[in-house]
Design a protein around this ligand. Sequence first.
Ligand SMILES: [Fe+2]
Length: 241
Amino acid sequence: MRIAVMSDIHGNIEAFEEVLRDIDDSYIDRIINLGDSIGYGPDPEKVLTLIKNRDILDILGNHEQAALDKTLRHYFKSDARKSLEQTMRFLTPSLLTYLSELPEFRLFNMALFVHGCPPASCDTYLNYLSNRGIKNIFKSYNNTIAFAGHTHKLMLISYNGEAVSFHELNDLPVKLEGNIRYIVNVGSVGQPRDGDSRAGYVIWDTILNSLEAKRIPYDIKSTADKIIQRGFQQKDADRLF
Ligand SMILES: [Fe+2]
């Protein structure tokens, strides 16, 4: 089975549509999205509608949680809070119902899927944890492979039962070893923060037991212009480039 895993679309329909076009050419059996589909970007309602229409397996991100529970917005930085408040103007009651039914994590094909950090955190950043912290995370659940988003960065972490290691992920398939456990940080579709502004997602081939990171160009300028037209902040537009 070939599974496409993506995260952090953040209301960016142009990036999302280009990623789906690439997925449609990549012999993918299942698409899984790790949350933060809204916030910052200009088209949250279009993104959520497309996720539903494409029957994508979806989970909650911290932006969805804060859309559903106002009290959580106090933990957001002020720019993120302002963007979420603007996002709320575009979410219909039926989209809010859709969000309210999303799980905090999923198990699929024996793998764990979560927004922030395995096993079930929506808001822990993997890239802020020490090696010891990551080791403790691996010890807290049993799945051989787990997928997370939230950092907006691409990262492959392995654990051999003793030590944690970090690996590059790029468009060359990386073969996974049978006796090693992995956490895959899949990057971001709609707002990468790793110096490459193209949309990012990951393909997991469960037969070949390999991972491949994809970067897909899209029309950033038209998304950035729409961010301003729809009343979001200049900063939300600037950080796409
Ligand atoms: Fe995010």
